[in-house]
Design a protein around this ligand. Structure first.
Ligand code: SF4
Ligand code: SF4
Length: 68
């Protein structure tokens, strides 16, 4: 099963990864602030991740790792 992880303190909350995910499981976590004061992205329902890497490719800040 694919595994996707975010280094949330690097995230600027731009939302590119949210738009890129074909499974619509990446969200901006409005209930969380990272150390730089941004709402970071994260994944819900990780079991639905297909490991396509679209979120990883779109992130300008190297926040995301996808393992297959
Ligand atoms: S690897 Fe693909 S399916 Fe998994 S969270 Fe990223 S964009 Fe979505
Ligand atoms: S693309 Fe990267 S910086 Fe932008 S919200 Fe997603 S994880 Fe954060």
């Amino acid at each position: 099963m694919a595994k996707v992880t975010f280094i949330e303190d690097r995230c600027k909350g731009c939302g590119h990864c949210v738009e890129a995910c074909p499974k619509k499981i990446v969200i901006i976590r409005k209930d969380v602030l990272n150390k730089n004061g941004y709402h970071p992205a994260g994944v819900v329902e990780t079991d639905k991740c297909i490991g396509c890497g679209s979120c990883y490719i779109m992130c300008p800040d190297c926040v995301i790792t996808v393992e297959r």
